[in-house]
Design a protein around this ligand. Structure first.
Ligand code: NDP
Length: 285
């Protein structure tokens, strides 16, 4: 990678712990080069105890912006100057824009997820959505789905109380029905028969472990299976869907689109999606 660094170069990056696995530098630096922008994207290993000082560093070093990943998306909110309404609703930030020392926090995870659905041409009101998981990424996805009118939505989670708490927080966001269920709802054939979209928003599958038993064949032929996880090979959740000849998307799509939205927030320019997609594919090989 050839980068021409000059006195005009702007620095962006990502705060996380761990950070060595991140593919965002490959994707964003390819985008900056394709658009001939003098920007550099750098990974920063930021320990939780150093988070507030790292945020001060954004101002002190005049970084143009920062992405935020695990485990800081929620904790970082308290150190920022203003938030988008989406970030406020989720209580989490994955993109910071430095506007002359004023740090604005946004959340492009949910919107990135939504853009990938729209690219796939899955419109709202096509059927029911089953969202498995009730953690931070499930929350961002839920807010975007509700705002876009997808649903009814069933949130299925190992810890039932966490699914119920998501429903309590967001059931007023739209007229769409949202309900909570324990994991055994994945055996409920009548629920599966009505599904148009099933999302894995848990971390199950990250290390190659098996997904929960799920009657894939009970879903309509047009049902889309979307795993927010991404790894070099398909996850067990998506392998099951593929074997049942159902359509699949993985977390690379969400990663791509959340990154494209962050690129535009920092530069004001449309993101070169194809370049970013190719860079991501190469980085994941
Ligand atoms: P959280 O830690 O906030 O939530 C984890 C979720 O997984 C919870 O619902 C938890 O259930 C569930 N879970 C964890 N282990 C198990 C298990 N053994 N059995 C059943 N359920 C389990 O994580 P995030 O929401 O931040 O991330 C979830 C996944 O999404 C991650 O793997 C991450 O890589 C991916 N992700 C992808 C992104 C992308 O751009 N593609 C962006 C962000 C995340 P419980 O409530 O019971 O603990």
């Amino acid at each position: 990678m050839k980068v021409d660094i000059s006195g005009q170069t702007r620095i962006v990056g990502i705060f996380g712990d761990p950070i060595a696995h991140t593919r965002s530098p490959a994707m964003q630096n390819a985008a900056f080069q394709a658009c001939k922008l003098s920007y550099v994207y750098v990974p920063y290993l930021v320990r939780s105890k150093n988070l507030s000082r790292a945020v001060q560093g954004i101002r002190a070093l005049n970084l143009a912006g920062i992405n935020v990943t695990v485990p800081h998306k929620e904790h970082i909110v308290r150190y920022l100057d203003s938030l988008s309404d989406g970030a406020q609703l989720c209580g989490a930030v994955n993109t910071i824009v430095n506007r002359d020392g004023h740090l604005f926090g946004d959340n492009t995870d949910g919107r990135g997820f939504l853009q990938s659905l729209q690219e796939y041409e899955l419109p709202p009101q096509q059927g029911e959505v089953i969202l498995i998981g009730a953690g931070g990424s499930a929350r961002a996805v839920l807010v975007s789905l509700l705002r876009a009118g997808y649903g009814p939505i069933t949130i299925v989670n190992r810890t039932f109380a966490n699914a119920k708490s998501l429903v309590k927080s967001y059931h007023n966001l739209s007229k769409t029905e949202v309900r909570a269920s324990p994991l055994d709802a994945l055996q409920n054939l009548s629920l599966l028969e009505r599904a148009s979209l099933i999302i894995n928003g848990t971390s199950v599958g990250l290390d190659g472990e098996d997904f929960f038993p799920l009657a894939y064949e009970a879903t309509p032929r047009s049902c889309l299976f979307y795993d927010l996880l991404y790894r070099s090979g398909p996850t067990s959740f998506l392998c099951g869907a593929k074997a049942a000849r159902r359509a699949i998307l993985d977390g690379r799509e969400m990663l791509l689109h959340q990154g494209a939205l962050a690129f535009t927030l920092w530069t004001g320019m449309p993101a070169p999606l194809q370049t970013m997609k190719q860079a991501l594919r190469r980085a994941l090989q």
